[in-house]
Design a protein around this ligand. Structure first.
Ligand SMILES: Cc1cc2nc3c(=O)[nH]c(=O)nc-3n(C[C@H](O)[C@H](O)[C@H](O)COP(=O)(O)OP(=O)(O)OC[C@H]3O[C@@H](n4cnc5c(N)ncnc54)[C@H](O)[C@@H]3O)c2cc1C
Length: 439
């Protein structure tokens, strides 16, 4: 069987790996000049760095198994993470229950309430009971208005911008429930995983394995149209490199593009399916990556719980990963999730950096612009699907109404939040679905 795959990110490559492993042909077409999609890398200080910060949790077994399967298990490192929260002009450690107890911006009784409900959430497997309630309402009624305003609202605003009060409690459940699995026994420190050759190495080696198993992986190959004949997908029109558009025949097609791109490629989709695709909105990730000659803070991951700062997270990659991988430079991501209409999204990189710099001095009063050796700017559209109430009812099926045409994108990952692990799991599952249907 011959399967055409649109997109060379985690989902597309995992699907192609599974298909070729089972003896079928897969052709992957990625429009960018590199693989990895949202988890792709670029060169910094002699190493490869993700455009957006990336790590793995202990619970991310699908991608870790795949990394081992393709021979890169020795590259996986599990490292202690230092998590902090910036609030009231101060950086608070926020990794363990003891850190919560020391968090004085909340009254002692509120700290206990947050701890109690967070603990219960970690023990709750049934996410369906949270589907019909927003995180905001649930937290206010179980923890308190104060806890919501001090800790949770800034975090929800950070991840979902203007949609912060519409997010389902199921999303927050997923974050809390899965996060604890990265901690082992409840009071232990969290360990996070990172493939030391970068996520870019994982995708490059995965592509090599696909080719060794008889498939093909093309970059600079933008799919313009899915060919549909008699209601069934039969191929792709692809613009490869500097050449013209080529037609490729396939028995089935798997698209891993965001939902807002998919209808352009398959215009004959029926209205009901188009409505489902349109129901999920996304935010974009906007990242400034600072390459510094010295550290900014001592934290790896810092949530910003202060609406006066114009960014929502500061992730100091080299506080977890050895700086020698990047020419001994210190790497700091300053991050935001934004709608495309927002003012910050529309700023140039120079304007954005100028807007951020005075606030970086709040994180570290000694910080000076002269510490910046170079900086990089990346925008990732379609980065975060908005997970509203009763989200399970709006997810489009992997099997589309067009025969032999499948969709596998991040809006279909639920109740977990999207991540490379779940894209790998979904890619392999949809590949098996194709084989079941056509085999
Ligand atoms: C800032 C940020 C931080 C993140 N941090 C983490 C983390 O710490 N850990 C983690 O596990 N996950 C993290 N994620 C999420 C993770 O990166 C994604 O969930 C995952 O990579 C999605 O993979 P995918 O293959 O489903 O989609 P994508 O990576 O979006 O891949 C889709 C691909 O399709 C291509 N494409 C689109 N249209 C066409 C076309 N017409 N023709 C050809 N190709 C096309 C795109 O170029 C893209 O490469 C993060 C994401 C962001 C943005």
């Amino acid at each position: 069987m011959r399967v055409g795959i649109i997109g060379g990110g985690a989902a597309g490559l995992a699907a192609a790996y599974e298909l070729t492993k089972q003896g079928h042909y897969a052709g992957v077409f990625e429009q960018a000049p590199f693989l990895g999609g949202q988890a792709s890398t670029f060169p910094v200080g002699g190493g490869q760095l993700e455009r957006g910060y990336h790590h793995l949790f202990v619970s991310d077994t699908d991608i870790v198994d795949l990394i081992h399967e393709i021979g890169l298990g020795h590259r996986m490192a599990w490292l202690e993470s230092k998590v902090g929260l910036y609030n009231s002009g101060q950086i608070w450690r926020f990794s363990t229950p003891m850190d919560l107890l020391r968090f004085t911006p909340l009254s002692l009784i509120q700290r206990f309430r947050v701890g109690f409900w967070t603990f219960l959430m970690q023990k709750t497997k049934d996410w369906r009971k949270f589907e019909g309630v927003t995180a905001k309402d649930w937290i206010i009624s179980h923890m308190s208005q104060e806890a919501y305003q001090v800790i949770w609202e800034p975090l929800l605003r950070g991840k979902f911008g203007e949609y912060y009060d519409q997010i389902s409690m199921t999303w927050l459940w997923g974050k809390i429930y899965l996060r604890v699995a990265s901690r082992g026994k409840s009071l232990q420190k969290e360990r996070l995983g990172y493939p030391m050759g970068s996520f870019g190495e994982v995708f490059d080696v995965l592509a090599q394995r696909i080719e060794q198993q008889g498939g093909n992986v093309h970059i600079k190959a933008g799919v313009e149209q899915i060919t549909v004949e008699d209601g069934a997908a039969t191929g792709l029109s692809v613009h490869i490199g500097d050449g013209g558009t080529q037609s490729k025949d396939f028995d089935a097609v798997i698209a891993t593009t965001p939902s807002y791109i998919f209808p352009r490629l398959a215009p004959s989709l029926p209205q009901e399916y188009l409505d489902r695709l349109a129901a999920t909105k996304y935010l974009s990730a906007v990242l400034i990556i600072l390459v510094l000659d010295r550290p900014l803070s001592s934290m790896y991951w810092m949530n910003i719980a202060d609406p006066d700062l114009p960014f929502v997270g500061v992730i100091e990659h080299t506080n977890m990963i050895d700086k020698s991988l990047y020419g001994d430079n210190h790497i700091v991501y300053v991050t935001n999730y934004l709608s495309r209409e927002s003012e910050l999204y529309q700023m140039t990189q120079e304007e954005l950096l100028a807007a951020y710099v005075p606030h970086l001095k709040k994180i570290n009063p000694d910080f000076d612009e002269s510490w910046i050796i170079e900086y990089h700017y990346h925008k990732v559209d379609g980065a975060q699907p908005i997970i509203g109430l009763n989200y399970s009812q709006q997810i489009p099926d992997h099997r589309t109404p067009i025969k032999n045409l499948y969709l596998a994108n991040t809006t279909q990952i639920y109740p977990e939040d999207r991540g490379t692990n779940y894209s790998v799991r979904m890619g392999r599952q949809v590949a098996r679905m194709v084989l079941e249907d056509l085999g």
